[in-house]
Design a protein around this ligand. Structure first.
Ligand code: NAP
Length: 331
């Protein structure tokens, strides 16, 4: 049986490009005891992949040149010599950008399709949804009546954060890069205010509509937008640094200028790495699934077909061309 794999063949010098990848055919090995074979159905494209393409180690080691690109993926077990995973099970994990994966079961989790479609287990019920849930609730500690400001709000993390904040009784403001995305935040996600950061003066809109200041800033974007948020913090504010997508393709990271506002606001800045909450994922999956099924929340996907689209589709995360959780349907 043949496997089609996306190989990292060079490191980006700035923006990620399709030419950083090659597509390779290989033969699938016989299973050893304890292993299982997964036919991948969806590959997740996540902003973190840009960092994984760099040399060196941050919270995880960079992908080696010549290796299969690291990726979350979900699929069906089609052969098994493993006691935990049986043929027919649906699973997700860091299976790589390929059509088939052999796993020993470590780091793999079963997808309960009664909780949501398989693709949702890479989005709102997967790593990005877990990030939104624990990042907001554990790091942000929202209280009813507070104002939550989310950057990158129309993305899978941002839109989930905003909807959870609404459920918790907060006033929710978000930024996104197009009118269609802002309309989605207002009409489908229940945001109170959506700001097109490419066309509007974010600082002026915040001053006008949030004179009380921001109690939680959930930052997916970083850069100058972080400065704007810091300038508008309310007393006791919490700033949750989840990501800085505006900086991932830059050669040097823009640092915040308005950080002294943390002092005057008696606030704090905190970070989240979703993997620190691995043991609590089932709790979040159950709660998010309940909110989805009871109509309190919705999610949006942007799906491309065919593994060969991977090299060109990844860049869309950084140009804002994705609208919803970016996925590739493999089979
Ligand atoms: N800490 C963790 O454990 C963890 C886990 C998962 C994700 N994250 C982070 O969460 C953030 C969101 O991830 P996601 O999966 O939800 O991605 P996403 O928001 O679904 O997709 C990326 C979006 O970012 C926006 N963007 C791209 N370049 C930008 C720029 N220069 N300035 C402003 N916005 C820009 C674009 O939307 P616009 O059209 O609005 O520009 C784009 O659609 C990322 O920073 C990611 O690294 C962190």
């Amino acid at each position: 049986m043949q496997n089609t794999q996306i190989i990292l063949n060079s490191r980006p010098n700035g923006m990620v490009e399709a030419s950083n990848f090659t597509i390779q055919e290989s033969t699938i090995n016989e299973l050893q005891d304890g292993e299982l074979l997964i036919k991948i159905k969806y590959i997740s494209l996540d902003p973190a992949m840009r960092g994984w393409m760099n040399a060196g180690t941050t919270y995880i080691k960079g992908v080696e040149i010549g290796a299969v690109m690291r990726a979350f993926a979900a699929g069906e077990v089609i052969d098994s010599k493993n006691d935990v995973f049986a043929i027919g099970d649906h699973v997700q994990g860091l299976l790589g950008a390929q059509t088939h994966a052999i796993s020993n079961g470590k780091g793999l989790s079963k997808c309960d399709l009664s909780k949501g479609n398989l693709s949702w287990h890479l989005g709102i019920l997967g790593m990005p949804g877990m990030t939104a849930y624990f990042g907001l609730l554990e790091r942000g500690q929202p209280k009813a009546g507070e104002t939550v400001f989310v950057s990158g709000a129309a993305g899978i993390v941002g839109s989930t954060v905003g909807q959870i904040a609404k459920i918790k009784g907060c006033k929710v403001v978000g930024t996104a890069g197009t009118k269609a995305k802002c309309d989605y935040l207002l009409k489908d996600c229940g945001f109170d205010i959506a700001i097109n950061y490419k066309e509007e003066d974010v600082h002026a809109v915040l001053k006008q509509h949030c004179p009380e200041g921001i109690h939680i800033f959930y930052d997916n974007v970083g850069g100058p937008l972080l400065d704007t948020a810091l300038a508008n913090l309310a007393k006791g504010a919490r700033v949750v640094i989840c990501g800085a997508i505006s900086q991932y393709n830059s050669k040097s990271m823009y640092g915040p200028k308005n950080y002294m506002k943390i002092v005057t606001a008696r606030g704090h800045i905190t970070g989240i790495i979703v993997f620190d909450f691995l043991e609590r994922y089932p709790e979040a999956v159950a709660q998010l699934s309940d909110w989805l099924h009871t109509g309190k929340m919705n999610t949006k996907e942007h799906i491309f077909n065919g593994i060969d689209t991977f090299p060109s589709v990844l860049k869309k995360l950084f140009t804002g061309e994705n609208f919803g959780k970016l996925l590739i349907k493999v089979s």
